[in-house]
Design a protein around this ligand. Structure first.
Ligand SMILES: [Cu+2]
Length: 408
């Protein structure tokens, strides 16, 4: 068993080896296996390696102590299915708490924001064209997810971490997977099934002049019918909601008050197609520079792929799951972006010297309109959601700047 060796390796790392040189004796995979079980094992190996390297560096003081991160205050973000019932309830209650507190966003800026939760959605809407297919994409969402976690802690008494959704682990059936099974310890489940008069034509994604990407519909489509978020209202948007049959939904005033139910259309086929174990391991192993890695993750335009990032979002389906601008309005957004951040962390850790601070791209969506290159000095500002303005350089390490966490 490979893991036995790994655990031994982890202990050895914790006790001695300076790890920036990454001399761990672990045999790392070099190509993604097409076998699901082997690719699953490869992903575990890679994640363990990232953990060993990160904790080893902390133990040896290689990592900057500026933020005060060390092995004793290091937080460990875990997969949702490993949360106990009490831990799941605590997280869900904290999110519900945020959805019950008043918004801080001034109404002349976003008139429809009603809750503290909406503040996060509003910030994402306002910045969407500067944080996707840009140089800021990964770091911005790392900071956004971390500030969301901080807000749960500081304003709602939460004591845990944000979870993540290991997409491939749900590839058999989203409907029975713990994040979406509709139970009291899920993020609510599927939407009500479509009726006989509803169109069942594909979703059509358009991007510039590239060929349309067609996505199948899932098994729901309507309002979620059970679970903790059955009475939650999505207040903002839609801005650019992909609808079955190729239409796009948009409110006359997307920043206005437009309360509606949370809709889902769980589409397991999209996890199978874009975020299976082999796709995740390939993403990590086949992309040596940040430009390729972040593009593959979001879907190379014209390739027909929407990447693991698009795969997770569109697999939730519904509204706001299929709206790039409003997607944090689905409370499972944070599970998804936890995993995005985990994959980036693993990828970075495989070659810290070249990848820790690697940035590529500009500050506008596919550089349209043309804008300045993103650099370590580029400042991120989450507006009224939370946090201070912060330079990209502070966001590149999960144990540097304000951060102090790893993933298991
Ligand atoms: Cu986003």
């Amino acid at each position: 068993m490979r893991y036995t060796t790994l655990v031994g390796g982890a202990l050895a790392l914790l006790s001695s080896t300076p790890v920036l040189a990454q001399t761990a004796s672990t045999t790392l995979p070099t190509a993604a296996s097409t076998s699901t079980s082997q690719a699953a094992s490869q992903l575990n190996t890679l994640s363990q390696y990232a953990k060993n390297v990160t904790t080893g560096n902390l133990d040896n003081g290689v990592t900057s102590k500026r933020g005060g991160c060390n092995l004793s205050n290091l937080k460990i973000r875990r997969e949702w299915s490993t949360f106990s019932t009490a831990q799941k309830e605590a997280y869900i209650n904290a999110v519900l708490c945020l959805q019950s507190k008043p918004s801080r966003t001034p109404s002349d800026l976003v008139s429809g924001a009603r809750t503290r939760y909406d503040d996060f959605v509003a910030t994402h809407i306002n910045q969407t064209l500067n944080i996707h297919y840009t140089g800021t994409f990964l770091a911005w969402h790392r900071y956004f997810t971390w500030e969301f976690e901080q807000t749960l802690i500081n304003e709602c008494g939460y004591t845990g971490t944000v979870p993540y959704w290991n997409w491939p682990a749900s590839a058999n059936s989203l409907e029975t997977y713990s994040v979406f099974d509709g139970s009291a310890t899920s993020m609510s489940g599927n939407g009500a099934p479509r009726g006989p008069n509803d169109t069942d034509s594909d979703i059509e994604l358009t991007l510039g002049n590239y060929p349309i990407v067609y996505l199948p519909l899932g098994t729901g489509g309507g309002c979620v019918t059970s679970g903790p978020f059955v009475n939650y209202t999505v207040n903002l948007g839609p801005v650019a909601l992909s609808l079955p049959g190729g239409a796009t939904g948009a409110a006359a005033n997307p920043l206005g008050y437009n309360p509606r139910c949370l809709k889902r259309d769980l589409t397991t086929a999209l996890i199978q197609r874009y975020a299976n174990f082999t796709s995740v391991v390939s993403l990590i192993l086949n992309n040596n520079d940040i430009a390729d890695f972040q593009l593959a993750m979001q879907g190379v335009p014209g390739s027909g792929s929407i990447g693991v990032h698009g795969g997770g979002h569109y697999a939730m389906g519904g509204d706001p799951g299929r709206d790039v601008f409003v997607s944090p309005g689905d409370p499972a957004f944070w599970h998804h972006h936890g995993m995005i951040d985990r994959v980036w962390w693993i990828w970075q850790t495989l070659d810290l010297a070249n990848r820790q601070d690697a940035i590529s791209g500009t500050n506008t969506f596919l550089n349209n309109p043309p804008s300045a290159n993103t650099t370590l000095d580029t400042v991120i500002d989450l507006g009224y959601a939370a946090g201070e303005m912060i330079a990209m350089r502070e966001l590149m390490s999960t144990t540097g700047g304000p951060f102090c966490y790893i993933y298991l």
